[in-house]
Design a protein around this ligand. Structure first.
Ligand code: UDP
Length: 234
């Protein structure tokens, strides 16, 4: 399968059309952004790591009955995917308090949440992806109540599979973001699952092993990404 016209270029990926109208190729870049584009940089080989990690995790989820857009890994940076009509909702699942949860609600970072929190954010860079509830999403016309219920249920099921998988690899899955899309009447998991879109802390040391190293200039960014890749692929 070959790349044709560039359909979309995002912050971390390019999406190309292919000769099959139902399939696209996601190309993972090394470009890194944080704080809604206010901080920019590159992380060497990030695209290769995020493609490998995402393909592995989508395969794992498929094996647990979660439908994803993954068709196959084509090369280091390229993933062949089913073409989605992306639902403009970012679904965040949290197991441990960090990031905006700490800032917004005053949780102490590291507090274990007895029940995982699921949040919806509007996917809109111009508005800084605001937090929203179901009523906002329906009023904005981005999804129906039925679809939002499916997203929440899928996100919770995905969390159970991923949390266990990462625990076996000595990583705490602190929180993560998912995107879904419509494909021939079905809702599929799309986008990526990687150190760009998840927070991982080492199970023993609580060391941050994700994009927070880039966000907060903690150093060792590339090493953290490749260590996550090693633990995921081993
Ligand atoms: N996240 C993401 N893309 C976004 C916003 C958040 O992938 O546009 C991920 C982020 O990496 C973290 C989780 O979603 O794993 C929760 O992020 P949070 O709301 O704490 O926001 P942040 O601290 O990233 O601003």
């Amino acid at each position: 399968m070959k790349k044709r016209t560039l359909l979309h270029e995002g912050k971390a990926k390019k999406v190309y059309l292919t000769e099959d109208n139902d399939l696209v190729i996601q190309e993972f870049k090394d470009d890194a952004t944080a704080f809604n584009n206010k901080k920019k940089g590159t992380i060497a080989d990030k695209g290769v790591v995020n493609n490998a990690v995402s393909c592995k995790l989508f395969g794992l989820l498929e094996a647990h009955g979660v439908k994803t857009h993954l068709v196959e890994k084509l090369s280091g940076r390229d993933m062949l995917c089913r073409r989605l009509d992306i639902i403009k909702v970012e679904v965040v699942v949290r197991n441990i308090a960090a990031g905006s949860l700490v800032k917004r609600y005053g949780f102490t970072e590291g507090t274990v949440l007895e029940n995982p929190i699921v949040e919806f954010y509007l996917k809109n860079d111009d508005l800084d992806d605001p937090l929203m509830n179901e009523s906002h999403a329906v009023a904005l016309g981005v999804a129906s109540y039925e679809e939002l219920a499916v997203l929440k249920e899928r996100a919770e099921a995905i969390n159970i599979v991923l949390r266990e998988f990462f625990a076996q690899r000595k990583l705490k899955l602190v929180d993560f973001k998912l995107e879904f899309g419509r494909h021939h009447g079905e809702i599929l998991l799309g986008d990526e699952i990687s150190p760009d879109t998840c927070r991982f802390w080492d199970l023993e040391t609580n060391e941050k092993m994700d994009k927070d190293r880039f966000r907060f200039d903690l150093g060792g960014v590339e090493d953290a990404y490749s260590e996550v890749q090693r633990r995921v692929l081993d």
